[in-house]
Design a protein around this ligand. Sequence first.
Ligand code: SAH
Length: 355
Amino acid sequence: MAESLLHVFRRLIRATGPISVAHFMAESNARYYGSRDPFGTAGDFITAPEISQMFGEMIGLSLADQWIRAGRPARIAWVEPGPGRGTLAADALRAAARHGLVPEVHFIETSPTLRGAQRARFPQATWHDDFASVPDDLPLLVVGNEFLDALPVRQLVRMAEGWRERMVGWQATGAADTEGHLLPVAGDRPMDAAIPPGRAGAAEGTIIETCPAAAAVTAEVAARLARQGGAALWIDYGHDTPRDGSTLQAVRAHAKVDPFAAPGEADLTALVDFAALVPVAQEAGARVDGVLGQGTFLKRLGIEARAAMLARHAPAQADTVARALARLTDPEQMGSLFKVMGFTAPQWPRNGAFD
Ligand code: SAH
């Protein structure tokens, strides 16, 4: 068995000092996703496509509609970063195929375990480590569900002496090497230059969180859409107005746990700042069709009619379907905390769900 990540971090921090929250989150999630299938009731968390086939079907129909209005380009690629078990792609592409849309399948996935699960469903897919190797000669339909929230965030904290990067240090609590725990600490180096003008005077203790990796991948997708054509949907737990504070959280066995307690053993996520990603996509050349709550987005695409049809065809499943519909769309459940950002090549028609 691999050495626990807690031990690796402890050794590293004792030898060279605290590591950044971003480094901590990136290494923790690489270990976490690389070593297991985290989904389902027996796992750590459940995502929208694992709740019901209706979720993927609505996404597939929405992109098929855009593709039809774009003139049905014959060659087109489905590109999905972080596809998990491949469930969303399976449901979306089954629905899309009924309308004649049968794209090439490209998955961007770093976890060998999850690549295996995806291969079982899509033996003909192509896998990539990142967007760089995705083909550049055809339009792209890009869908990421709960992908951005797994990317490392950078945190800056306002101390009495000025802004510092938020780091992860080791607090010894006894004589033995293993006695102690990881905890957030302020870095030594002044970070005032990294703070946007206007925020420099924020109160002591203020944390500003950014996700450079989410901005980078959004810019890359937007630039590809502008050059190649196509459309993208980012779906994630997040907010569409800027806010302060750390949103780093850890989930294990369907419960929130201390993000610093057992790195690599719990899923680390941060809220996605859609307000920051909209201008990034626009500046890189895409048109942002909108940002909507997941509930509104799915209802505009007809998820209620789809639920009624599924219940009619399988009355024994009617309760399950109704519960799944509520879970995906109710504002108290996933309906408003989860957001959908649609961005499209400027030469393509808009995603109709945002009109
Ligand atoms: N979209 C799926 C899975 C979400 S979990 C669903 O909705 O069920 C996050 C996914 O992103 C996992 O497949 C994980 O292995 C992958 N992932 C995490 N960090 C990644 C990275 N840096 N590059 C590519 N994939 C990543």
